[in-house]
Design a protein around this ligand. Sequence first.
Ligand code: SF4
Ligand code: ZN
Length: 726
Amino acid sequence: MSKVIAELVIRGSQDIFKQASDFLDKAIKEKGPAQKIGFPETAFYLPAANALLGAKVETLKDVLPILEHAKSLLPDIPSEKVWLPYLGDALNAGMSTLFCEEIIVALRYLYGQEPQKDCNGFFTDNILRSLGIQLVDGRMSGFAAILGAAPDNKTAVEIIRQLQERNILIFVGSQSEGRSIIDQLLEENIQMGWDNYIVPYGRDTISAVYALNWAIRAALTFGGVKPGEAQKCLMYMKERVLAFALALGKVDEIKCATAAAAINMGFPVIADTDIPEIKASGITTYEALVKELNYKNIVPRCIEVRGIKVKVSSVPIPVAYAAAFEGERVRREQLYVEFGGKASAAFEYLTTLESNAVEDGKFELIGPDIDQLEKGKRSMPLAIIAEVAGRKMQKDFEPILERQIHRFVNYAMGIMHVGQRDMNWIRISNDTFNKGFRLKHLGVILHAMLHQEYSAIVDKVQVKLYTRQEDVDKMVATAQKAYGERDERLSGMNDESVDTFYSCLLCQSFAPNHVCIVTPERLGLCGAYSWLDAKASYEITPTGPNQPIIKGGITDDRLGQWKNINEFIYNKSNKTVEKVSMYSLMDAPQSSCGCFECIAAVIPEANGVMIVHRDHSGMTPSGMTFTTLAGSVGGGVQTPGFLGIGKLYIVSRKFISAEGGLKRVVWMPKELKDILADKLKKRAEELGESGLIDKIADETIATTAEELVSFLAKVNHPALTMEPLI
Ligand code: SF4
Ligand code: ZN
């Protein structure tokens, strides 16, 4: 390592240490040592200090030992004589910087200085959980943290677009000579936010620590790494969190120190300036610090240095196409034309035909195209009918393929797709229309993507679009009949009627010991994999993450345990989980990876169970918020009394049936009740408890166990007279 860099790193880390130390002194003087400190919505206190030192910082006083530790890591500036080209000193300085920067931003929160204008600030635990599935299924291939500014706005946009096209989540911020990439993107009207894979953290380098202390939580959330297991945590990040930093513009001391923190975590740094490089060091997988002066090559160079595997979909349409554009909105001001929603009649339907009735790649538009839109109009009716054929195609797979239309259409830049079936809503932006996008490109997208992702079951695809009202009205009846038949068939399917369950091991890339077992009556805890999805996925990739398991003999009817399932789990959990009850919360419940939609938890005082979903940020009667509860469930570990679940499992006949099922539920957020309203009502009626839903408290009724118990007594909730849970 060059002495110049080492010196910059060490000077920077000393500077940051001083800033942290002065700021803490000031805070203690002004607010007292007992003053509480922390970030919003996290179960991990100051996450870097928690993960690496096992510290639970709650007050200003608790910060002191962290700062002491940071100080002990600070090396001296290397002298001319004793300079040795090792990384050690700079790495220690980087570690010190990580702790100090975290302290500084936490203190800024205390003083109301964060988040900065137009910026996200601290990234919550929840965001990490909700991105879980995208991370494991390849829709998000890695993370970039950009520090500084590009030489001009055009280059900034170019770099961002290239990263988006590779499905890389981009954190943007810091500055270079007074200019931040955040402002470059704002000036160019680039949509930012999690849905667009571009998240501004702050306009100074210190706030880049948000990206680092977020990455660290992946190890705690998914990896089963315990606070304080520093080595394990650092290994986890190097191996599983595919992140890198891109420094644009002049690299000053503070940037150098922050870069050293990133390198410590296994994240390489790429710069666009002429800096001395650090080749493979063992700390990162490949080179630790490299330069790339040509902006055309900079993104490919980043990908290569971090060893990210990018899945690019090549779909020949006039606009960019990638998962990163999935969440992008088309606002009214940008709108060229829309279909469905409140604007017009629309639906989408995928069906199977005999092979000779499908001509692969054929596209028909029956009615006017969008360039023939009547003057003054902004909407058109639209029927999308995809007809497929394939030797291995099954009727059961139709809804699964049809559901992908949402994702496939959304990947196109400047197109928004919401909903499904006859409740879909599609918007095309002015920009996209002006670039030459026409309706035939919807056909191109569906044809290309169905082949790309489902070639194992689909041999041929043809697409028909209808844009005349009378056609849409006529065709929708056929589609609606099929929707109804599908629903009926699904509701008739249960755990007893099949001889095979499916595993899901997708989350093992983040939670190495976690196994989901997916049954007809219990979907994966992420909510994204039903039994049919898993079955289709197995047909598509027989060696993939979804494997069939022949149930074999049942060993415990009440708990839902099968010999074959237990054996499978034992082997696939790296021998950490011996048995799993599919129907119990208390006795050998399923493990959780971290990306669960809801958590079910015992409330001992109520002899019942509460359920909270990810979007509910308020307090629950367990005395914990979703975030805090989630902090103690996950990492592929079984936690009796706590269970990560998919929303739809709540209304299943098999929902914790060992403990009495839905009748045990004493509390749910109002929003969750509303989402499941019809299904909950139906399920309650099946149980002969038609008034049950009104007896389940929500946050408007109770947020403490005390309030909850008194409400339950008043409404005579069935849980009160059920067998004791504990
Ligand atoms: Fe992960 Fe389970 Fe969902 Fe599979 S079903 S993606 S293992 S949470
Ligand atoms: Zn998961």
